[in-house]
Design a protein around this ligand. Structure first.
Ligand SMILES: [Zn+2]
Length: 237
């Protein structure tokens, strides 16, 4: 999708951080490339990532980390008026139960909300979790202006879970990244291992991403990568 979008682009892409020479796949600096450490993907849930136009180009985008952890993972560029047929087919695929992930207080029709204690076992079909990948403003627009999402059930992350998570977090960032939202949703639905894998993979990415920033002082001990690799060796991921 990144390549496709690049080809469509009429102006050269010069976002912040574009001076760093990055691995085309994992988007961190070449010397920190994480591709060889890719997690083994889970088949417990399916994921559909709807990506806003701007988000595709951001090296800091974390949506792609979700795609690394789930076998049946699909990403589409969001369009209000011209949704891709493949995406619509996926929403109608009888193997899946499509579920939109969005905060409940912004959902007008409360009958769409899934009980906060529901797990994947409560669904007859494999959950297809639809994640809206973009800024909060873009995500709201995607949620409100996509007729093909209007009738689907909505899952909201438990606020207690979010605040617990925020307390453990090391930085002061107030918003959750898309990968963090997904990892909390996996936990809520009863997929502890997948939750753990994505949460640690996100830490690994963030660590390498910060190391790639020229302004930051490098930490070559890479504690997050070490923790991730040792969890994987112990087969707990
Ligand atoms: Zn790479």
């Amino acid at each position: 999708m990144y390549q496709q979008r690049l080809e469509r682009s009429t102006k050269p892409f010069n976002a912040r951080g574009s001076k760093v020479s990055r691995c085309q796949y994992c988007q961190v600096a070449q010397q920190d490339c994480l591709c060889e450490h890719q997690p083994s993907p889970s088949d417990e849930v399916a994921v559909l990532l709807l990506v806003s136009d701007n988000e595709v180009f951001k090296p800091s985008n974390t949506g792609r980390l979700i795609l690394d952890t789930v076998e049946e993972a699909f990403a589409f560029q969001w369009s209000r008026t011209e949704p891709e047929q493949d995406m619509l087919d996926l929403l109608n695929d009888p193997r899946y139960q499509p579920i939109v992930v969005f905060p409940d207080q912004y959902v007008e029709d409360k009958t769409r909300l899934i009980a906060s204690d529901a797990t994947s076992k409560d669904f007859q079909r494999k959950p297809l979790l639809i994640l809206l990948d973009g800024s909060w403003r873009e995500a709201r627009r995607m949620f409100n202006k996509s007729p093909y999402l209007n009738a689907l059930p909505v899952l909201s992350i438990n606020p207690d879970q979010v605040s617990q998570y925020m307390m453990r977090r090391s930085d002061n960032e107030k918003h959750l990244a898309t990968a963090e939202v997904a990892s909390l949703v996996f936990q809520q639905l009863g997929h502890d291992r997948l939750h753990q894998t994505l949460a640690m993979w996100f830490d690994v990415f963030r660590e390498s991403y910060l190391n790639s920033k020229t302004r930051n002082r490098r930490d070559d001990t890479k504690p997050a990568l070490k923790a991730y690799l040792s969890a994987r060796n112990e087969k707990s991921l």
